[in-house]
Design a protein around this ligand. Sequence first.
Ligand SMILES: Cc1cc2nc3c(=O)[nH]c(=O)nc-3n(C[C@H](O)[C@H](O)[C@H](O)COP(=O)(O)OP(=O)(O)OC[C@H]3O[C@@H](n4cnc5c(N)ncnc54)[C@H](O)[C@@H]3O)c2cc1C
Length: 492
Amino acid sequence: MDTPLIEADYVIVGAGAAGMAFADELLTASDATMAIVDRRQAPGGHWNDAYPFVRLHGPSEHYGVNSRPLGNGGLEAVGANRGLPERASGAAIREHFDAVMRERLLPSGRVRYLPMHEWQADPASPASGAAVSRLGPQRLRLHARRRVVDATRAETELPGTHAPPFEVAAAVRWVAPHQLTMLQEPASGYTIVGGGKTAIDTVLWLLEQGVAADLIRWVRPREAWLLNRADLQPSWAYFGRSLAAQARQLELASAATGIDDYFVRLEAAGLMMRIDPQVTPTMFRCALVSEGELQELRRVRHVVRAGHVRVLERDRIVLERGVLPLPAGHVVVHCAANGIPPRPAEPAFQGARLVLHYVRRCAPSFSAALLARLEVATLDDERRNAMSRAVPAPQVPADWLRTQLQEVHNELGWRSLPDLAEWLGSARLAGVSPLLARAAREGTPEIAALMQRLRHARGRGLGGMARLLAAVQAEGEQGPQPLARRALAVES
Ligand SMILES: Cc1cc2nc3c(=O)[nH]c(=O)nc-3n(C[C@H](O)[C@H](O)[C@H](O)COP(=O)(O)OP(=O)(O)OC[C@H]3O[C@@H](n4cnc5c(N)ncnc54)[C@H](O)[C@@H]3O)c2cc1C
């Protein structure tokens, strides 16, 4: 029997935040048809497997798809983030994507959705492939009349779906964060393995549940620089603060003598934070925390800095540079998945293929929607690519500079296209861009002065960033990130 063929203008592989934001914007801006393939059972990508206490790290206001708001647009009423713009829970994010699929994409009659199907690219034709059911023998051939859209670039790795990167002896009690909510009896203590955002979320949650800080032991092989959440709120209520933070960052870049000095200056200005002021962080992955959360995290005093965990044995944990006892009844929490692993960069627009990478710092939803806008613009791929260079998820402190410089380059291209500039001024996902447009219309004298300060700082600040980055590169980089470095080499 012949394998059935489905044809659509676009075949979108991945119904995570990127695939959904792209499909939503394409639906608005064109009359294209789409087939969306995902191996998961529901849209939303990794949010389907996240731990139950997960929340967005940034504000809901600028996450999800462009056509539909997420969250209540208000401020957090309780907890360590009180007064900051609301951040959706994992459940609210899943509901958002589910509603977009059921109430907008599918009823349009232009979208076919194939959940629980694995995409297999056709090596002979970039416009074709197969969707293979994970539940039965169904196999569908798919052909994209325009492009196959790769919305799988993030390949998000979570502790719930990715095994620990260390050996585990049989009968050792370890859990991923989502299993903490299912413990049948209290633990005698907790060892958190990992220094990233998942570990931070897990420690904060344990403390919030009333677990005593001295029952928590935290294995942090590397320290991270953390962004101060209050300075990165593209929200009207925080706009003045956000403008001042941007201006300060630029001013400090022109004054700094090196990358470490730059981060210390950012810290002194309250823009960057670290849990332990005695240790120089070597990691930077765009994690945001509030000052209240930072104070909570500092309550955990038992921090183990002896490298990565190698083996979990019945009564001890073997690390790269030491051994820890593992008392009876103690629970080890695996928070050591890679999040968004580094990938080599490639152009977004590649003939029959379109790769949804980030085109702005740590902005997956915005980036996918922007790429949809570029797709419908009357441009050739060379011009599209010139203004959509990859802005890879940062890994090390120097990436904060690298991604800003790359983003500025992209932004200049977008603003050269009147239609795109207009879209930026109004799109929900565009973060600070609509706020700038609003400020131009109705800004107070204080906002006008801050914008003037920002304009003034820009030229020298970007020059300073380029200088700091060049010095890092001349010194042979920092941190074990060969892929990220290779990505930049491809890009530059
Ligand atoms: C805990 C946590 C909090 C975060 N908070 C924020 C935040 O506040 N703000 C923010 O902007 N970002 C945040 N992020 C970053 C986050 O990764 C992105 O926001 C976004 O969800 C990534 O979406 P994605 O579609 O690119 O990737 P994914 O969610 O990984 O989706 C990719 C999809 O592709 C599918 N797929 C892959 N390969 C195939 C195949 N061969 N066949 C079929 N389907 C396939 C997968 O099943 C998956 O559903 C957070 C990340 C984590 C882990």
